[in-house]
Design a binder for this molecule. Sequence first.
Ligand code: NAD
Ligand code: WQD
Length: 335
Amino acid sequence: MKILVTGGAGYIGSHTVVELLETDYEVVVIDNLSNSSEEPLRRVEQITGKSVDFIQGNILDGELLDQIFSQDKIDSVIHFAGLKAVGESVQIPLKYYENNISGTVVLCEAMARNGVKNIVFSSSATVYGDPHAVPITENFPTSATNPYGRSKLFIEEILRDIYVSDNDWNIALLRYFNPVGAHKSGRIGEDPNGIPNNLMPFISQVAVGKLPLLSVFGDDYDTHDGTGVRDYIHVVDLSQGHLKAVERLQDNPGIVTYNLGTGKGYSVLEMVEAFKNISGKDVPYKIVERRPGDIASCYADPSYAAKELGWKAERGIDEMMEDAWRWQSQNPQGY
Ligand code: NAD
Ligand code: WQD
């Protein structure tokens, strides 16, 4: 089976390409390298001993997509390509709508033209907005508070409309919780541009001495220690969820939605403590104001994915920390 992976040079994409190659899928990657480089794919080839067919290009380029679909018999698409910085999406919403939404429309048009109708889409727990309760099940109401989140919600709706118009499509909407960690080899991992927005890369850059101090955004939330609680999921577990979703599409399920999370919530201070224990490094921090838009608690009920996909996250918090630290300490400047 041959899979087209959009955004395959990125953080989650590169880890998923490793899992695909190791399971003997053939892989074609399209990525415009707007938030990555070719280096992760070179390292994926070293890890797996297999070659990656890489096309540098934009998913907004329908002609290029036609060429790819006509040259290779693609069975399914795993669609990671997208912009993902929440704050930036507030500053430049049209860029997010064009890249994420128009990009998906152009991709789906090309898929339809070429008779490829299986797609796994990277959605996000952000579509649950500020959830009324935790753990979160797939049937919770959805909402968005920023253009990034809205782009994910709109794309989910567009994919539902495509399915209504043509039942031959098989579509998996995967709602990721908070991906962290790295491949065991320490060769690929998360490499954000500039100062990280997300907690885990911030902690590891403080530990490695690139950043002086972690700002903990608020300690007065309604959580056990007052700091925000999230469902951190190892990126390799998350990647393996995509392989299960690709398999699931072969059973012609129509359109399906799964939470990919662990079901466990950790606070910011618990994450700092766990990281310190594993790395032996100090992570100095100070408590600052809440970050606008943040919520108190967000964690998944992952039981539907367990039942339907036969997938569950296997890697616990210590393994997430060990692997994040191996990547960061062996690649202090990233790629
Ligand atoms: P990433 O930025 O590391 O990877 C995305 C890749 O897509 C990058 O390599 C980028 O160059 C590429 N890309 C962007 N626009 C493109 C376009 N128009 N054409 C071709 N390539 C393009 O991000 P990631 O963390 O690996 O996230 C992958 C997907 O998962 C994204 O859609 C993101 O919104 C979603 N997601 C991520 C998280 C997270 O916390 N990392 C959580 C939920 C959902
Ligand atoms: C986690 C916790 C912060 C940084 C974001 C997106 C979401 C999804 C995943 C794509 C929160 C606290 C953070 C710091 C801190 N991405 N924190 N100091 O906000 O849950 O989710 O990434 O879909 O859409 O919104 O993740 O890692 O930014 O924050 O105290 O420097 O860490 O307040 O409680 P978040 P995060």
